[in-house]
Design a protein around this ligand. Sequence first.
Ligand code: GLN
Length: 534
Amino acid sequence: MSKLVFVTGGVCSSLGKGIAAASIGALLEARGWRVSMIKIDPYLNVDAGTMSPYQHGEVFVTDDGAETDLDLGNYSRFTNSPLSRANSITTGQIYQTVISKEREGRYLGRTVQVIPHITDEIKSQILRIAQNDHTDITIVEIGGTVGDIESVPFLEAQRQLILELGRENCLSVHLTLVPMVGGGELKTKPTQHSVKELLELGIQPDILLCRTKIELDESLRRKISNFTNVPFNSVLSAIDVPLSIYEIPVIYHRQGLDLIVLNKLALPVRDADMEAWNRVVDSLYHPQKTITIVMVGKYVELQDTYKSIDEALVHGGIANGFKLDIVKIDAEKLEKEADPESLLGQADGILIPGGFGQRGIEGMVVAARYARTHKIPYLGICLGMQVMVIEYARNVVGLANANSTEFDPSTENPVISLLADQIDVKNYGGTMRLGKSPSEIIRQDSNIYRAYNQNTILERHRHRYEVSNRYRQKLSEWGLVISALTPDHSLVEACEWSDHPWSVGVQFHPEFQSKPLSPHPLFRAFTQAASERQ
Ligand code: GLN
């Protein structure tokens, strides 16, 4: 049975609880411990699959095809925690399970209540992960802010687990805000109140991470310690980092956070190997050059919609020693622009990310054409690959109005379409190809092969439409290189333009597997190609 670390947040949302939890995971791994991460989202949606990017940022996909909160992406980038459906818990999921048990009569006629039935279900889902033999420490991030009605059952489950398992087996980390008011003074009152709310629920935090603009001095830390009953040495500064979130593990390590956690959990302290993280930070501070990647998508005004792609690009930069300037252009704006050069001319590389729905597609086609004809390195991810095929079909093969049936159901040339056995399905859920599956690279003279240097690759999918096999031959005859297929050769997984310096379109999502400590080969190769073009 592993030990438990709970991470909660107070005062307000968006203080970076996910990154804090992930950084604790990274530090414990750097000391040789095996970590599992769990995200709890107090909303009633069963998963994030149906949530709009406007509401919730990117949907992160796990190996087993769960569509989860983007914090699982942070866990995946910072740690080696196994991540599957079981690592993402929502209120909706808990209630769904409890209500189905009730319908099956499994509560034997008892009144089913929030306490103990909902809390028992929460505890059992946490313990299912914590009892895994391959885990020493399970980190549970409770989403939302302490004080929210929705979080109460989860905090109650936390309190009960601490009581049942003992304080030496559980640790409570609370992330709060120490705001700076006019005149530059730091204020501790919101933190005092937030901890009071936790105490009212029966939880005494062991460690406080205080989000602040500048480092807290000793007197402020003493004051917070006195008011909150948290030992002075466990009141730490979570300073705003201007350059990169990847500095955070290093900053916490300097303050001794990993030692405090291990001591409180009564675990032996092994040497910390921070070499890899230090190298990442060093490369971010000393880039050899800056390259500009233009991303053409439809949710560009939102910060978190393409989170994993943004990060994977940064990782590509880290691998090559470049700083990445990521310029996001609204595909609809490009659609209306008479002179695409004015928006795309700055690009050393062009990337079209995944997406759903028709809006902005024509702008993406303009971008793909521009990249092809101006010989600019191009990475097309999922929708970005489909757009590449549509553009090629229209402008090179000469297939009038070629399109995906997703955007034009009656197109005369449906180069992207549903498979025959998907067409009658009324229900959208369950018709998507989700999760990890293998692809076979069939051309060794391709960019994708040179990037991976492997014949079989394993990547995650999240899409419904496919390149239509009716057009595969024709597209190839006209010079579109089909470079990877599913192992049974039934579906196209990747393509590229011949007679072009570097282009790769992939039907899967490589961004979900990239980490700062092991940048994904496609992002490494793409940023390298962009640098050569520059
Ligand atoms: N909308 C496209 C499909 O469903 C692409 C999906 C994506 O980019 N993730 O196939």
